[in-house]
Design a protein around this ligand. Structure first.
Ligand SMILES: Cc1ncc(COP(=O)(O)O)c(C=O)c1O
Length: 378
């Protein structure tokens, strides 16, 4: 039995977005769909399948566990684990045929040993830190590290990559500096005879605004979900948000003067207001910070949250001109109160908003407006 509160995931939007993003790429550029963090909250496996259908060739994840989840679902596309991996996880990387990001000898050595033990090669992508300051080898140290990798049996340096910290910034200076350091790193590797097949740097923002960062492969995350990256407000691309969160009015009442709503009685009625109770709360990702600040949308009209958001329920005020009864649909995240609107109210970015959508909400997958799959909470 499905809860009335649910996340609707439009897989056609994922397909549309990937095709749209592809238009920015040179023919032959490999498209990696980034499906880490449960596909940015949308569901890694259905998104990965839709992405591969739409022509994506690679999948990107953050952890070994996320990579294994894709393999267990039967997906055979190349999968790069972009985040840090413990040397103790080397056997899993090899056994599940995952590509690993490497930037320290210990992991590379452990992967090579695992590859020899399991009798199959391991492919790695050398991570260069050109200014993200998170993981990666500094360009100065890359020759020494490259030599270590070249000497390791059964280990193939298939890729070299970096991550851009400010690709969405209208001022391109920092990105240009990062790309220039990346070029230096590539030249250093070439000077020792290491020329990996896949050079990559571009996230969504760089795909859309820095063609010089596309190299051989691009790693598209937020844009495939139909959201725009970074601090720029307008992008010359026609994306469709793939996620909507909806619920239904569970109860509606007309307030009497001086009646209060929710914990701590922070909202008091003047009298006559219609207050609807919606069965969704902060345990579903509708943040408590929305108390007396957020909105939901009924009949296309924004309805302010009144009182404090509870764990499982939230109250909204229905404007006088909006007809509403129990059972009517409420848009919690979607047209009228989008992920970017959530982000503005919460002081965050749309990336975090979609990751916030709680696991308790069923994910309902749609194609051509019809339900094709439902993922109920564990
Ligand atoms: C290494 C790496 N590449 C690519 C991406 C995708 O970035 P975006 O979602 O901005 O496209 C991420 C996500 O943060 C990442 O960590």
């Amino acid at each position: 039995m499905l809860r009335p509160s649910r996340a609707l995931i439009d897989l056609d939007a994922i397909v549309h977005n990937i095709r749209e993003i592809r238009r920015y790429l040179r023919p032959g550029t490999i498209f990696m769909a980034v499906v880490k963090a449960n596909g940015y909250g949308h569901g890694a496996i259905p998104v990965a399948r839709a992405a591969l259908d739409a022509g994506a060739e690679w999948l990107g994840v953050a952890t070994v566990e996320e990579g294994i989840q894709l393999r267990r679902a039967g997906l055979t596309a190349p999968v790069l684990v972009m985040g840090p991996i413990l040397p103790t996880q080397a056997d899993l990387v090899v056994a599940y045929d995952l590509r690993a990001a490497v930037f320290e000898p210990e992991l590379a050595q452990a992967l090579s040993a695992a590859a020899r033990r399991l009798g199959r090669p391991v492919r790695v992508h050398l991570k260069v830190d050109t200014g993200m300051g998170r993981i990666g080898v500094r360009p100065d140290d890359i020759t020494a590290f490259g030599r270590i990798l070249m000497d390791l049996p059964r280990l193939e340096v298939e890729g070299v990559f970096t991550h851009l910290a400010k690709a969405g910034d209208p001022d391109p200076t920092y990105t240009h500096e990062q790309l220039s350091r990346f070029e230096t790193a590539l030249a250093s590797l070439e000077s020792i005879g290491l020329k990996p097949r896949y050079r990559h740097a571009a996230n969504s923002a760089a795909i859309l605004s820095h063609p010089e960062a596309h190299y051989d492969l691009v790693r598209a995350g937020i844009a495939i979900y139909g959201l725009v990256p970074g601090c720029r407000q307008s992008w010359p691309v026609n994306l469709r948000p793939a996620m909507r969160v909806v619920s239904r009015i569970a109860y509606i009442k007309t307030m009497r003067p001086e009646e209060c709503v929710s914990y701590e009685a922070t909202w008091t009625a003047k009298g006559g207001e219609r207050i609807a109770t919606i069965p969704i709360g902060y345990a579903d990702g509708f943040r408590r910070l929305f108390s007396n600040r957020g909105f939901m949308v009924v009949g296309g009209k924004p309805c302010p949250v009144v009182g404090q958001v509870c764990m499982d329920q939230t109250m909204i005020q229905i404007p006088p001109d909006v007809p509403a009864t129990v059972g009517d649909e409420v848009v919690v995240l979607g047209p009228g109160f989008t992920a970017d609107d959530w982000a503005r109210v919460l002081g965050t970015i749309s990336y975090e908003v979609v990751c916030l959508i709680g696991r308790r909400l069923p994910r309902v997958y749609l194609r051509e407006g019809k339900i094709v799959e439902v993922a109920e909470p564990d």
